[in-house]
Each structure stands twice: as structure tokens, then as C-alpha cells.
Design a protein around this ligand. Structure first.
Ligand code: B12
Ligand code: SF4
Length: 528
């Protein structure tokens, strides 16, 4: 039985993402609606160690002290087991209603309902507000759209609601504000160490992606939400500018804005307005995700003029057959080359991402990836991601059906995220895996002919550990990184100078306007 004093209290938990956008947005939303909210962020982004029982207990103790009537966890698949442990630890301490949300409960609701009283499938703002209100009023939450509810062992499956189109009406995250509690190694830590030391800002200007790649959540979401309104929605440029202006005022030393949108360049008219206003009002370098299918001369020019310095582009495989038949990505080889040429011509530093360790790919298809990498105009960086078997993804279903993987290989069981953050070129990789890893990195640095010759040599296969060792140590990119740093610092300084000049100009203008107005208002003796 939840005590009356707790009904107005809500706790939110974000896992391995101290800047979790949903959790920070929900915090603002609930706070603005009058709830007593606390949010807890267990470990920071890209941390690799799994939280131990001591940390889980510490988090549960913190939550128990607040004693919320509604306890919410936001989770991706890799953190499913951790979310279950935290929830059980909290339930051991206090009576509370448990709501889970995020991509994993969206895809695997029934499994999550073994631990949560309700799960939110899809977007959470409205469902959460209604659930918080129901808990506060002691009313039933059984019929809330988007929620699946465990009512005494029976699952109540509510329909998804229409998608929220007016994203401007949502509050912004407030990363540094009271009642946001950052936790690590069994204690409270300061991940956002004062406003002056925050140098990057995470934001999203849109929701949804028109593509349905077989390994990505959007394939599931696009099917599940069909008929529920437009999938792709974007905030107005003015709303984005207002958030960034507030961010700049709050964090005066910001160096870079990280745009998390799935594909940033989708809408050209929006981009035109964004480019003009961002350059004039914000002017900070930013980084965003681009897709080869949505990039042309005009978009690139706009992005560059806005302040794009770095971009991330998913290519995933250099083999057209692998892209189309396995990954469900319909991008022509020529479009990839054209997009990367554009990025190069406009002086943007790209990071191209590829998916490796796909057991459904043949060696021939992997070799095509190597050839494509070596054909891309240098310099660029590459990032190799292991194919992670996310539940509900089409490629996972396919591999399960074919017996290529077992249910224990699927991410919520395997928790590979803890071990697998960019461990390519690690000594733990097998010689066969290293053969491919190293050849991709070499292809990003050396001419195609040299790489193709090298990988055919016995020496290459026999001494692959030595080549791995060399690749990890040789600062092949050293001078470019230095140049990039200098470039960034220079841009930031320039931005600061403009900023202060604007203030001075503004003050001067106000001073002269006041002087002239005063002069005109005064009673002057006649001149003659
Ligand atoms: C931006 C992004 C990132 C950014 C996060 C930036 C930030 N400051 O938060 C970065 C680059 C850091 C990142 C990292 C990772 N990401 Co990521 N990321 C995304 C992306 C593109 C958008 C997520 C987002 O913030 N959306 C905006 C917010 C407002 O919405 P949302 O998260 O979708 O949540 C909505 C609903 O799910 C629901 N909801 C969410 N939580 C809760 C909780 C409650 C209680 C309720 C009621 C509702 C609810 O309401 C929200 C708003 O309506 C998604 C793909 C996508 N399009 O969704 C992948 C995605 C979430 N990432 C994914 C992965 C795998 C990762 C990493 C593990 C990658 C890695 N190898 O390190 C890490 C893990 C991060 C973590 N600990 O969660 C996967 C997760 C797949 C899965 N099944 O688990 C996704 C889905 C992409 C994919 N492959 O399909 N990511
Ligand atoms: S383009 Fe990117 S975000 Fe969109 S479905 Fe494919 S992988 Fe997901």
C-alpha cells in the first residue's frame, strides 16, 4: 500500500546515460506539472563496467529515502537485467508502483511485465503524465493508451496513441539542476561538474526515421506505429534556437553541440531556416548524423554554413547485396561515393560507421566493404560496430530462425554492450576477426592497391597480432587530430569574440540611443 505522502513523488532512473534525453525531459515535464521528482543516473555514457550489487543497493537506498509513489526506469535492451535488479531492490525497500519505458519495454513488453506493474510502449510523455496522475489520485491506470499493464498476472494491452506532432510543447532537459542525482561506484558523483566545465550539449530536433534497417529499432517502430500519425516530426527552428540560447546562457563554455537525430538532413526547407538562424544566433560547431540518401550539394552547403564541422555517416557495409538483402538498406554504391565526396569537398571531418562480425555476410561481401573503404576520399575516420542482436529486429529474427544464433545471444540476455564498446583491434579478437578489422583500418589509410596486395600476403595473416599492435600504436592520424583541435579552439575563440563584440555594440548602441533621446527630450534654449 503506497502511503498518501508518497503519491505526489516520482523517481526516474536512467542507466549508463547521464544525459538521457527521455529521463531529463520527463523530469522537466513532471516538475513543471507540480510533482516532487528526483532522477537518478547510474553510471555515465560509454562506461563499460557492469554495476555491482553494492551500487544497485546504494541506488535503491537513495530511492527509498525519497519514497516515491511511482518508480520509473528508462532502459535499452542491454540493461534489462540491471533494470530488473534495481526494481527488485527498490521493491524490497518500499511499496511503489513500477513503470518501465524505453525501446526494450516497447519491443519486449511481456517479459518486462514480470518486473514492472506497467510498461510504456512507444513515446512516453503523455502516458507518464496520466500514470503519475492516476497514482497520485489513487485511480486505475489500466486503460492508459501506450501502456501494457500487469493486473494480477493478466496483461492488459492498451493501443498506442496518436503520435505527438507538436514537439515544441515539450520542455527541454535541464541537465544541471537540483534533484538530478548522478551515481557511480556506490556513491554520488558530479558528472556535470558545474556549469563552467560543461563543453558539449546533447539535443534532438526531430523524432523518427523514414528507413527500416533490419538491425535498428526504427523498423519495429515504423510498423508498430503505422496509422498513428506522421512518423517523422520536427521541432520548429525557433524552438531549437531558444533551447540552445538557454543552453549557452547556462553553460558559457560550450564547445560543441551534438545533434542526436537519426538523420539530420531530411527536410530541406527546415535546414534552410536552421542554417540561417543557427549561424547568426548560436554559431557553435556542431556534429550530426547524415545518411547518403539524404545528402546533396544544397544540404551540404547549408550544413556547412550553419557550422557543421564533423559528421557521422552510417554506411554499414560496402557490399550492395549485403546492404539490400541483409541490412534492408537501399543505398546505391554511387550514392555513398557521391555523399562522401561532398562531405570531403566541404571540409567536414567525417566518421563513417560500419557493421562488422555479421555471420550472415560472406567473405566476398566483407572484401567488398574493404574495397569501398579504400575508395572513399581520405582523410576520414572509421568506426566498426559489432552486429548486436537486438530483440525484435528483423535480422535477429532471421538469424534465430536459421539457427545462426541462440536466444542467449540476443542482447537482453547476452548484455554484450558492457564488453563490446569498440573493442575492435583488441588482443582478445580472434585472428580471423583481426584479419578483417585490420584490413578495414588499413583501407582507411592506405591506397586500395597497397591494401589489396598486403592482405593477400602470408605475412599479413601470420603476423596479424603484430599488425594490430602497430595499428593501435601508430599515431596515423596524429597531425590531423592536432589540426582539428586547433581548428575547434580557433572557431570557439572567434565565436566568443563575436559574442562580446555583439554585447559591446549593443551596449554602445543603447548608450548612444539614450544620450540622443535624453538630448532631444531636454528643453533646449533656442539656438538663435
Ligand atoms: C541519440 C541516441 C543515442 C545517444 C544518446 C544521447 C543522449 N544524451 O541521450 C548516444 C550516442 C549517446 C547513444 C548511445 C547508445 N545507444 Co543510442 N540511440 C539514440 C537514438 C538515435 C535516439 C534516442 C533518444 O534519445 N531519443 C529521444 C528520446 C526523447 O526518446 P527515446 O529515447 O526514444 O524514448 C522515448 C520512448 O522510448 C519512451 N521512453 C523512454 N524511456 C522511458 C521511460 C519511461 C518510464 C516511460 C514511461 C517512457 C520512456 O518515451 C521517450 C520519449 O517519448 C536511438 C534510436 C532512436 N531513434 O530511438 C538510439 C538507441 C536508443 N541507441 C541504442 C544503443 C544500442 C545505444 C548504445 C548501447 C550504443 C553503444 N554501443 O554504446 C549506447 C547506450 C546508451 C544508453 N545507456 O542508453 C539502440 C538501443 C537498441 C536496444 N534495443 O537496446 C537504439 C534504439 C538504436 C538502435 N540500434 O536501434 N544513443
Ligand atoms: S537510417 Fe539509421 S536510424 Fe534510420 S532505420 Fe536505418 S539505422 Fe535506423
Amino acid at each position: 500500500m503506497i502511503p498518501n505522502s508518497s503519491r505526489n513523488r516520482v523517481a526516474l532512473v536512467g542507466l549508463y546515460n547521464h544525459r538521457s534525453l527521455p529521463v531529463h525531459i520527463f523530469h522537466s515535464l513532471l516538475e513543471d506539472t507540480g510533482y516532487d521528482v528526483r532522477s537518478y543516473y547510474l553510471r555515465r555514457q560509454y562506461n563499460l563496467q557492469r554495476a555491482d550489487p553494492r551500487e544497485v543497493a546504494f541506488l535503491a537506498d537513495q530511492v527509498a529515502q525519497h519514497n516515491p509513489g511511482l518508480f520509473c526506469v528508462s532502459l535499452t535492451s542491454g540493461h534489462f537485467k540491471l533494470a530488473a535488479e534495481i526494481t527488485e531492490a527498490v521493491r524490497d525497500r518500499i511499496p511503489t508502483t513500477v513503470l518501465w519505458g524505453g525501446i526494450h519495454p516497447t519491443v519486449m513488453p511481456e517479459e518486462c511485465l514480470q518486473y514492472a506493474d506497467a510498461v510504456c510502449r512507444g513515446e512516453g510523455e503523455d502516458a507518464l503524465l496520466e500514470m503519475a496522475q492516476a497514482v497520485r489520485d489513487g485511480a486505475s491506470y489500466d486503460g492508459i493508451a501506450n501502456l501494457w499493464v500487469n493486473r494480477n498476472g493478466t496483461v492488459i494491452r492498451n493501443e498506442p496513441r496518436m503520435l505527438r506532432t507538436d514537439l515544441d510543447s515539450l520542455p527541454w532537459p535541464r541537465f544541471v539542476a537540483p534533484n538530478r542525482i548522478y551515481l557511480d561506484k556506490g556513491g554520488i558523483v558530479d558528472y556535470e561538474p558545474g556549469r563552467d566545465r560543461v563543453t558539449t550539449y546533447d539535443m534532438m530536433t526531430s523524432r523518427g526515421c523514414p528507413h527500416s534497417c533490419s538491425y535498428c529499432c526504427n523498423e519495429f517502430l515504423n510498423l508498430y506505429l503505422r496509422g498513428k500519425g506522421p512518423i517523422i516530426r520536427r521541432r520548429s527552428v525557433d524552438n531549437v534556437m531558444a533551447e540552445l540560447r538557454e543552453a549557452l546562457a547556462m553553460f558559457p563554455n560550450l564547445l560543441l553541440v551534438l545533434m542526436g537525430d537519426d538523420v539530420f538532413s531530411l527536410n530541406v526547407p527546415w535546414l534552410r531556416e536552421f542554417a540561417e538562424k543557427y549561424a547568426a544566433k548560436i554559431g557553435l560547431p556542431f556534429v550530426c548524423n547524415l545518411h547518403p540518401n539524404h545528402l546533396d550539394e544544397e544540404r551540404m552547403r547549408l550544413l556547412k554554413s550553419a557550422g557543421l564541422r564533423f559528421c557521422v555517416m552510417g554506411i554499414q557495409s560496402g557490399s550492395p547485396s549485403s546492404r539490400e538483402q541483409l541490412l534492408n538498406r537501399y543505398t546505391k554504391q554511387a550514392d555513398i561515393i557521391r555523399a562522401t565526396e561532398l562531405v570531403h569537398d566541404y571540409g567536414i571531418r567525417p566518421l563513417y560507421q560500419f557493421i562488422i562480425d555479421n555471420p550472415l555476410e560472406s567473405d566476398q561481401q566483407r572484401a567488398e566493404t574493404r574495397v569501398l573503404i579504400s575508395r572513399l576520399r581520405k582523410p576520414f575516420s572509421i568506426q566498426l560496430f559489432h552486429l548486436t542482436w537486438f530483440p525484435g529486429a528483423r535480422i535477429t529474427e532471421q538469424a534465430l530462425e536459421q539457427g545462426i544464433i541462440q536466444p542467449t545471444d540476443v542482447e537482453h540476455e547476452k548484455e554484450s554492450g558492457y564488453k563490446f564498446w569498440n573493442d575492435v583491434l583488441s588482443y582478445l579478437r580472434t585472428p580471423e576477426e583481426l584479419y578483417w578489422d585490420c584490413s578495414y583500418f588499413l583501407a582507411a589509410k592506405l591506397p586500395a592497391r597497397v591494401v589489396e596486395w598486403l592482405v593477400r600476403q602470408q605475412f599479413y595473416r601470420r603476423h596479424i597480432q603484430f599488425i594490430r599492435w602497430l595499428l593501435r600504436r601508430l599515431p596515423l592520424d596524429y597531425h590531423r587530430h592536432c589540426w582539428l583541435m586547433v581548428n575547434t579552439v580557433f572557431n570557439v575563440l572567434l565565436h566568443r569574440i563575436h559574442f562580446y563584440l555583439d554585447i559591446i555594440r549593443d551596449r554602445q548602441f543603447r548608450y548612444w540611443r539614450r544620450t540622443v533621446t535624453d538630448f532631444l527630450r531636454r528643453d533646449h534654449p533656442p539656438v538663435f
